[in-house]
Design a protein around this ligand. Sequence first.
Ligand code: PHE
Length: 462
Amino acid sequence: MRINWSCGRQLVSAQDWIQIRRVRGFHASTRQLTNSSLPRHQEANKENRSNTDEWTNITSTIERLTDRKLLSNPAHPLSILTDIIFSKFPEQEYTRANFPNPRVSVYENFESLNITSDHVSRSKTDTYYLNKDHVLRTHTSAHQVESFRDHPTPGFLIAADVYRRDEIDKTHYPAFHQMEGGRWWSPQGTSSVKELVAKINQDTAKIPVSEIKIIDDTLPFHDGNPKQHGQHQEVCIAITNHLKRTLEMVVGDIFENIALGDPSAPKEPLQIRWIDATFPFTSPSWEMEVYWQGDWLELFGCGVTQQRVFDRAGYPERVGWAFGLGLERLAMVLFGIPDIRLFWSEDPRFVEQFTPGVVSAFKPFSKYPGTYRDFAFWLKEGTIPEEFHDNDLMDIVREAAVDLVESVKLIDKFTHPHTKRNSLCYRVLFQSMERTLQNDEINVLQDSIRDSLKTKFGVELR
Ligand code: PHE
């Protein structure tokens, strides 16, 4: 899934984000957190979530999305997909964990995962902060530590809503859904590395082998994607084999048996590939991509869980893996859903189309005409264009127009040759999934966006 994470001052794809992470590197703290530090953080999470401060940037539109709970409707395509993926994992091995509240502590979302305070994903332009200590989770990995700590089974699965400040277009929305999975082994009861490896390999042998074509040019580990210090290389390789075999089985089953989104599409043999990746909480790490109608589609981020995550869960002796998966992109492919906003639609023509347990091709309902409006303005004197972040405008537009905007694009940027003032121009496409918008209605939205631009950013409209 190619989720765009806006990074610093530009919008970048997850791929670029990974590149940036590679360049900047992750110098996670070497301080080992012991079990006794957990309750303090967790209490911090429960208290004071509603206090606001200079970090608060959550808007009321986003606040409302947190109440929608799309996954609680079993007939929603995202729930149908979640249930299908869950069903591929043996229940006695993987606990299905539910985390309905997306408000988590900065510790859970970032620090518990070695994401240090200088990391780009922690900036206010990327993340919705409730206040300096709490965010709307930006990924389901926020629940890894407690999931590795709390469940009686060696594995867990989570599906939940996550939030990132992002651009607006057909495949990006500030709220989306992810699935997280984890699996651990304990050396307890084994007397040697060999026995631990044999135990992991036995579990791997139980996973059905997928028939799909797999391209894997990755090395088990190397300097650019290292094994962890202190972890035996055979253990690392055994965990990796279990992880890769598990995800290949899931994807193989889904794409081979239920790829219905476009029944007229030529049936090509399914191909997937593994590529190296970097995440602060796994090492080595990979992404799995699937070739789908001419494009490589990024599905999973995953890897061997960093030992510090197990330390924080209170089980420093354990070893294991974790993966994360974006659900919307996969659901769009499988159900043939053309616009990510449709997942949030309350139109009965969308909501009533789907049946629990069944992947059915989306039946489009008529598309209503859209209207473009441009917003051109001079930035406050002394402000450079890079200081006005695209996501600042996205939130203003979303506050005013909620789901009546299909896309927002920067179409012009220049510096006046004499006055040296900077000008930006954004083009907004207003369109409803449910009806034709009237000009008067768009004028009202336009005025409100213009007003907010003036009051919040002191721009001079042109
Ligand atoms: N949380 C990561 C993301 O959102 C995905 C991931 C999960 C990677 C678990 C590794 C392990 O991009």
